[in-house]
Design a protein around this ligand. Structure first.
Ligand code: ASP
Length: 416
């Protein structure tokens, strides 16, 4: 039917990012109008999230093997690894400091009286030795099956290096991985075509379930957390891109948009990983080797948004309970907050659980976590977007510094 054809053309002519943003806005509107009834739309979002999660393991594994074999230089890998860790730590420390500063300036907890009596268990920070030992998989198939990203990375790097070292004999396997990675990129593209609907369903659910009555009493802490997040992305990330990489930050923001919206609506940076990889390669021009390594590591350990949130909430609770924080307390929050954010899994709500590490270190009542638990999803959406934005910023910078960033793609105007 000609009419149908014309209308499908019209839809396809709208760029994907516009469709995704429209899904976000329409979803929020639908949720606001229909309240909890909008939850019937949640399965749309759940299908989308499952579909992107389905991509994570095969995509990360094949991209990384292909990327490492393309680099042909184990030393370069080591250098990229150290730069990645250094930049991730640096930006996280900045993030938590910004969170502290914002909460100290705007005093979101002063003058509020909220009761909290639900007991909460304290979590312990993971020890560095445990983290290191846990990096090496005893059984790579098990790591792939359980989706242990750090172990998958270690195995993929080992395999990639070995394939390079055996030269010609490794080529058939490399070609298989190349073809497999290509297929995974295609599959990501197909799944992303569904993103506007998935984002619509997720937003309708969230907007429908968090009414103003829940949000208003804590509007100030939400405002401070959001403002600190925006400042971190616009000032710290843009500044670092410009200063260290000489890159136009607007291109970075524009190229990251799909991933940011998916992160915002899904509240899962691990789940967003396939979208981030796609943005890094197609919109920002980062090579497979760099994006395939830096992004999965970031989705696992780099949580700047979570760090901001921990800073804001710790100070908020201190104000709420009339506790004075000393300089040493602030230092402690920065240290434990950085560690806690590294240990936070990239799944919805993980940051809330890790908050107890920071709170117990400075002797704040863990029960106060219950106060912010009611609005956690709203805070989680912002912190997840920052988490993903941070991963993409560091990936872009490292790509630039290693000559693994295609500037023609980065500066291209018509990002798809
Ligand atoms: N939901 C966040 C993420 O996936 C983690 C957190 O809860 O802070 O990045």
């Amino acid at each position: 039917m000609p009419r149908n054809k014309a209308s499908s053309h019209f839809y396809q002519r709208i760029p994907l990012w516009v469709r995704i943003l429209a899904g976000l806005a329409l979803g929020a509107l639908t949720g606001a109008l229909f309240g909890e009834q909008a939850s019937v739309l949640k399965p749309l979002g759940d299908i989308f999230i499952s579909a992107i999660k389905m991509l994570i393991v095969p995509l990360v594994f094949s991209t990384l093997v292909v990327g490492i074999t393309a680099m042909r230089d184990p030393k370069k890998m080591g250098r990229i690894g150290s730069k990645t860790i250094a930049l991730y730590l640096l930006t996280t420390a900045f993030a938590i400091a910004i969170g502290l500063l914002a909460a100290w300036l705007f005093q979101p907890g002063t003058g509020l009286s909220l009761s909290f009596d639900t007991p909460v268990d304290a979590k312990e920070a993971p020890s560095l030795v445990d983290i290191l030992v846990g990096l090496v998989p005893q059984n790579p198939i098990d790591a792939l099956a359980s989706g242990n990203i750090l172990q998958i990375i270690v195995f993929a790097i080992g395999l990639g290096i070995s394939l390079t070292l055996i030269g010609e004999k490794g080529e058939p396997v490399v070609r298989v991985f190349e073809s497999f990675a290509e297929a995974m990129y295609k599959l990501t593209e197909l799944v992303m075509a569904f993103a506007p609907f998935g984002v619509f369903g997720l937003m309708a659910y969230v907007a429908g379930n968090y009414g103003l009555d829940v949000l208003l009493p804590l509007a100030k802490v939400i405002g401070v957390a959001y403002a600190a997040s925006i400042v971190h992305v616009l000032v710290v990330y843009s500044g670092l891109l410009k200063l260290l990489g000489g890159l136009n930050p607007v291109r970075y923001l524009r190229g990251s948009l799909d991933a940011l919206v998916v992160a915002y609506s899904s509240a899962s940076s691990s789940g967003t990983l396939p979208v981030s990889i796609r943005c890094a390669q197609r919109n920002l021009g980062v090579s497979e080797g760099v994006s395939g390594f830096v992004l999965p590591v970031g989705a696992t350990i780099n949580m700047d948004g979570t760090a901001i949130y921990q800073g804001v909430v710790a100070v908020f609770v201190a104000q709420l309970t009339g506790t004075d924080l000393s300089m040493a307390d602030y230092g402690m929050i920065i240290m434990t907050g950085t560690l806690a954010s590294i240990g936070t899994a990239g799944v919805p709500g993980a940051g809330l659980i890790m908050l107890s590490i920071v709170m117990s270190q400075i002797g704040l009542p863990l029960e106060a976590i219950a106060v912010v638990a009611g609005i956690d999803r709203i805070l989680d959406m912002a912190r997840t977007s920052v988490n993903v934005a941070g991963d993409l910023m560091v990936t872009t910078l490292i790509g630039k510094s290693e000559g693994e960033l295609d500037l023609d793609i980065y500066n291209r105007k018509d990002t798809v």
